[in-house]
Design a protein around this ligand. Sequence first.
Ligand code: ADP
Ligand code: MG
Length: 377
Amino acid sequence: MNPYGEMRWHGSRAVCGRRLLVCFAAALCLVLCGCAGLRGQRLERYSAQYFDLFDTVTVFTGYAPDQETFDRYAGEMYGELAEYHRLYDIYHDYEGINNIKTINDNAGVEPVQVDGRIIGLLEEAVDLCGQTGGAVNVAMGSVLSVWHEYREAALADPQRAQVPPAGLLEEAGAHMDIADLKIDREAGTVYLADPEMRLDVGAVAKGYAAEMVCRKLQEDGLTSAMLNVGGNVRTIGAKPEQKGLLGLFGGGAADGEAWTVGVQDPDGDGGAYLHTVELTGGALVTSGTYQRYYEADGVRYHHIIHPELLAPWNRYASVTILCGDSGLADGLSTAVFNMEIEDGLALIESLEGVEALWIYPDGSEERSSGFAAYEKS
Ligand code: ADP
Ligand code: MG
């Protein structure tokens, strides 16, 4: 028997009263349920948090018909992101995996056979390095490891905080020529031709991984979600449409609205927002002086290292990039942070669909021409 028999359109004017009543009741039911999403399914909002990936907090929020469906997507997201985490790790070895650390350990020794996800990341990083005149350079690992060591020591014992000696930084700075990063896509290998060179993918890895994971989730049917990996935000679609009376009365989820994402106040405590932007499938990534730093003699040394100064540059308090691709947004946020405003602005304006917000230490701001259009009033 056709379960929808009562609802079928008969094309006749002689629709009996009982049928009309059934149709009306069914329609009212749909309206009151505030149905959302595809095929009339009501989608609920769910969220999950993880603390063990990319040395930061990951928050995954999504709309799904039920907890079980959401958990399946969250499990897939976590599993995928964890794989990227292991591949892009520069500090740890993992059984049976050649990762970025393996490449570093084999600098000047031999090419290392690696997963395509490493080749993809590094190719994009090399492109960005070229496009930004070296303002973001994954081959700066030797310099970055000096700062990392001094920062860790200072955080462990703040009384003894020190700035790395210039000589040590210059020595390391002689080994960051990106041309010595040899990627052989055909052979699937990566080789560092300079034995003293090291890769550090901290500026690009989270954003690239988030981008790839979100694309995969979309392929697998997820239509409405937000993935936040330590402030690298990538959205999937908008919030689901919420037709019906509950929507009108403010119940249930939103009306196909964009996701709202905050731009942190660089001076604020506890992650206060200075601005909010609306995203529908796009990404928002910020590089700031407040994210990771230490203090020595009352001066703050943050974790973004200018490739010519070989030290943190305090021109901006933060740079935020908004665009469709969170890998690009992550790489650009670090690069533009290290660029003069004229150069950074010119670069952003030359890129289709990319916008930026600069916040200076005194609180003044600069925006690319299209940024304000995304801001929530
Ligand atoms: P976060 O990772 O805190 O979100 P960024 O995306 O700006 O912030 O990345 C900062 C990280 O990138 C640093 O911790 C360091 O590992 C690396 N890094 C810092 N300066 C540079 C640079 N000029 N080029 C490439 N990588 C950098
Ligand atoms: Mg970055």
